[in-house]
Design a protein around this ligand. Structure first.
Ligand code: 4AZ
Length: 238
């Protein structure tokens, strides 16, 4: 998170890290958000990165329940599910679900409600991005950071990026003067409005570049898919 502030965990009990265990010390790969008793939502490109590095499933864990990702409860990942329409070249449909073995405990780990299919992404409204990713010095953070950004219109996103790059399953967000953004290793993590999950950190340019706003997977677009895959679980959809 670039241009943000350090926070306590209490307002962000759903924040999760996708981590790799089995090396000398834990490695942070991506962010994520708890959405039900045994499921975390994240980005599909995070699974591609894990696969490209040949990380076996047995080394992949979710860290949650602590503002410091290295001190969280580590939940073994049983299953990783990529959206079937994910395209690695365009990063369209960059959403994934991770199933954990041990359910999340409602004291220090709690699910966030998802934006429903009719959620209004109000242009110029403030949203909060959460994560342990790079700060302005390109250093992964030990403790949790957040930053407030503005949701931009599809037309503005098109002007800032190539026309057609920010597709219907995405939105972009940033500030008019730059300096506030998600960054590397925030990928897969949440962007929220009033305790509702509205997006997942997906891609961008140079972090904080005012002319290259961060791009997020648009949660409201994926509700049919989420309901389909999470047949037996109960997601909280707004
Ligand atoms: C990344 O590489 C990444 N500025 C995520 C978000 C942004 C840039 C890069 C947005 O995971």
């Amino acid at each position: 998170i670039v241009g943000g502030r350090a926070v306590e965990l209490d307002r962000f009990l759903y924040i999760s890290g996708i981590i790799i265990l089995g090396y000398a010390s834990p490695v942070l790969q991506c962010g994520g958000a708890i959405v039900s008793a045994n499921w975390v939502i994240s980005a599909s490109h995070c699974i591609v990165l894990l696969n490209e590095s040949n990380v076996p499933l047995s080394k992949i864990y979710i860290s949650s329940g602590n503002k410091e990702w290295q001190k969280g409860k580590f939940h073994k990942v049983l299953k990783m599910l990529q959206n079937q329409y994910y395209d690695h070249s365009t990063l369209t449909n960059d959403l994934a679900l991770f199933k954990v073995k041990e359910p999340f405990n409602r004291g220090t780990e709690a699910p966030i409600k998802l934006a429903g299919p009719n959620y209004k992404y109000v242009v110029n409204s403030t949203a909060t991005v959460i994560g342990w990713g790079f700060n302005e010095s390109k250093i992964i953070q030990k403790s949790l950071f957040v930053v407030d950004v503005l949701i931009f219109s599809p037309e503005f996103c098109d002007q800032m990026w190539e026309e057609g790059a920010v597709t219907v399953d995405m939105f972009c967000a940033g500030t008019y003067t730059g300096g506030k953004d998600a960054c590397q290793f925030d990928s897969g993590g949440p962007i929220v409005q009033h305790d509702i999950l509205i997006g997942i950190v997906s891609w961008g340019g140079e972090c904080g570049d005012k002319d290259r706003p961060g791009v997020y997977a648009r949660i409201s677009y994926f509700i049919p898919w989420l309901e389909e895959v999470e047949v037996t679980e109960h997601l909280r959809i707004g």
